[in-house]
Design a protein around this ligand. Structure first.
Ligand SMILES: Nc1ncnc2c1ncn2[C@@H]1O[C@H](COP(=O)(O)OP(=O)(O)OP(=O)(O)O)[C@@H](O)[C@H]1O
Ligand SMILES: [Mg+2]
Length: 613
């Protein structure tokens, strides 16, 4: 449960929670809950009854004044237990906090080992770490040993005193009680004395497990992001569907009137879109009814869910050309097996793109205000600009002026506080987060990789064929590097991509986007760590590998932008991303220095944000 809620928590949660605390709760606390909570709580209930029944019996058979004498005794024991609990619970929290700090410290050092060694700070780090462990052990010992001992000793002394008094009174009244009754009462009292320590141990254990439960339970109520899916946006979602080649309907391809048609059972099922990059359903015959994707494979139920206005943008290795996609769809199982060497159950993987963004994404940002939760000041203060479909826009501005924040607002990782972000007429606030994010692609400033193979990092949901992955890798100029690896795409990437250079990590993130071909691509300093020669070719890739994408690229190096004419440039100013507009590319501005001069001029004027293209 907490794992699920954390997965959907707002970004702010991870900003505020140290990694050690999250690790501690999701590992140590969770495992104690799973392993011991039930055992300790049920053990405590059992012990409670094991104590209560003999006590009730003793009081039933001993004279009434014995019970009266016992009342202050029980009261003192209860007060001792309360005192114990009031100290043990905060101490337990101290122990948990100190072990979280220890874990955070360890994880900081592990991720920065090079810096620690570089500065020769190993000894200082070791001393700090020892201090953390020391604090944690002190809290644990005090709580788990000292406090329990404190309580057990006092209860033991009191019980012994109570037992002695009961023995004396019982022996004086032996004739009245009868030897049998007296024997049972005194034996029970002795037994209870032996049970004090294990009972307290069990109850304290249950208390500790309940504290672990309370800590984990806190994570079930963290602030959640907005809904991932809305009912209304089913038609906006992209889909990937697989079906067996052998079950697919036999298709034929023909070219007529500058368009490609795919025929099933003699009828036109699909035809190319006007831009020739994808296929769409054709009107089926005289009744002008649109066909159904289900006709591609009658046995594949998933195809039935695809809205009829979706476009087919890829089939197996084929993408970007309606003709290639049509030919791939129409290949027979036999020809497929011969061509690719597949020996078992060849599949067709078809990507459907919603009609929402099929003709490119038009972005309209209207008076957008956004900021980070709990920080009252807005980072984006009324950003207004529009980007036409398939336009490439470079965003430049000083450090900290809000470029990355604007990309995060587009993805609704920070929710807008005012204004609107409209993509192709749809307000992004009105659609589910998963729908929105699956239509956009981000190459972040700090490239993010997961532990696993290169293939897993490129295609975590296993929806692309090897051919497409290899093509993407080639586009991203990673092919030469991958060919040198003995395991190729199965090379294991270590934690956070630690065994790859920063530039290689950026290229992998770019290859991911080449595979996904998002309608709106956001690049945040995507090539900042790549050498100038490679950068030129990568820049070329960025310009040509996303023909259908609208692109917002944050860049610091003016040369990067100036050398690539398709870009328009948006300048933004410190702290306020006031207003962005575009005007035609002037010949004089092609010179990087004149552009830089314009850039600097803009920053000195009251209108902080301006734009060139
Ligand atoms: N998680 C956060 N919590 C609070 N404030 C933040 C957070 N991230 C960024 N900021 C603040 O928002 C402002 C804009 O930051 P942002 O990262 O968008 O700048 P940027 O233009 O991308 O800078 P750079 O060129 O250095 O990448 C900065 O003042 C920064 O301090
Ligand atoms: Mg940034």
């Amino acid at each position: 449960m907490p794992r699920l809620t954390l997965g959907h928590s707002t970004d702010r949660f991870f900003d505020k929670q140290p990694v050690g605390r999250i690790m501690n709760r999701l590992t140590m606390d969770m495992s104690t809950i799973d392993l011991y909570l039930f055992m300790k709580v049920s053990g405590s209930v059992m012990i409670f009854f094991q104590t209560l029944v003999p006590l009730a019996y003793i009081h039933a058979i001993l004279p009434w004044y014995m019970s009266l004498f016992a009342l202050p005794f029980y009261y003192v024991v209860f007060m001792l237990y309360l005192r114990y609990q009031n100290t043990a619970v905060p101490l337990r929290y101290c122990f948990k906090t100190s072990s979280s700090i220890t874990q955070s410290h360890l994880s900081d050092v592990m991720t920065n080992t090079v810096v620690v060694r570089g500065f020769g700070e190993q000894n200082r780090i070791a001393v700090t770490y020892a201090g953390c462990v020391d604090n944690s052990v002190k809290a644990d010992l005090t709580d788990d040993r000292l406090m329990k001992r404190w309580l057990c000793n006092r209860v033991n002394y009191l019980w012994t005193f109570y037992n002695s008094i009961s023995y004396i009174i019982g022996l004086y009244n032996a004739s009245w009680l009868g030897p049998g009754t007296l024997g049972i009462a005194l034996t029970n009292l002795l037994l209870l004395e032996g049970m004090i320590e294990p009972s307290l141990e069990m109850m304290a254990g249950a208390l500790f497990e309940l504290i672990a439960l309370a800590r984990v339970h806190e994570y079930t109520s963290v602030t959640q992001e907005k809904a991932m899916y809305n009912v209304e946006d089913a038609k906006l979602r992209n889909h990937t569907v697989r079906f067996l080649r052998s079950k697919a309907t036999p298709l034929t391809v023909r070219e007529a009137d500058d368009r490609v048609e795919v025929l099933a059972n003699g009828k036109v099922l699909l035809h190319s879109t006007p831009d020739g990059r994808s296929l769409m359903l054709a009107d089926s015959g005289s009744d002008s009814q649109i066909g159904r994707f289900q006709d591609l494979c009658a046995t594949c139920a998933e195809l039935n869910q695809i809205p009829s206005l979706h476009h087919i943008v890829a089939a197996n290795d084929a993408s970007g050309s309606a003709k290639d996609i049509a030919q791939e769809l129409s290949r027979s199982a036999r020809s497929f097996m011969t061509a690719t060497g597949f020996t078992t159950q060849p599949q067709v993987v078809v990507e459907f793109q919603s009609s929402w963004l099929a003709d490119g994404a038009r972005l309209d940002i209207q008076d957008l205000r956004a900021g980070y939760a709990e920080v009252p000041q807005d980072v984006l203060k009324g950003v207004t600009f529009s980007v036409e479909p398939r336009m490439k826009v470079a965003v430049v501005g000083t450090t900290g002026c809000g470029k990355s924040s604007m990309l995060l607002a587009l993805l609704r990782i920070i929710e807008p506080r005012g204004g609107k972000i409209v993509i192709n007429g749809i307000d992004t606030q009105e659609i589910g987060l998963a729908t929105l994010r699956s239509s956009l692609g981000l190459v972040p400033q700090d490239p993010m990789l997961f532990t696993g193979t290169l293939r897993h990092n490129l295609d975590p949901f296993k929806v692309y064929t090897d051919g497409r992955i290899r093509k993407a890798v080639q586009y991203a100029h990673l092919e030469a590097f991958i060919n040198t690896l003995p395991l190729g795409l199965d090379h294991v990437v270590s934690d956070e991509g630690g065994n790859l250079s920063f530039g290689q990590r950026q290229l992998l993130c770019l290859a991911r986007m080449v595979l996904r071909q998002p309608a709106l691509l956001l690049l945040d300093e995507a090539t900042s760590a790549i050498d100038p020669a490679t950068q030129e070719s990568v820049q070329d890739t960025i310009n040509h590998a996303f023909p259908g994408s609208t692109m917002l690229a944050v860049a610091h190096r003016l040369e990067t932008i100036m050398e690539h004419r398709p870009y328009r440039v948006a300048l933004c100013g410190v702290g306020v991303f006031l207003r962005v507009s575009f005007w035609p590319w002037g010949a004089a501005d092609r010179n990087v220095w004149s552009f830089a001069a314009t850039f600097c001029r803009c920053f000195r004027t009251p209108v902080i944000a301006a734009c060139l293209s």
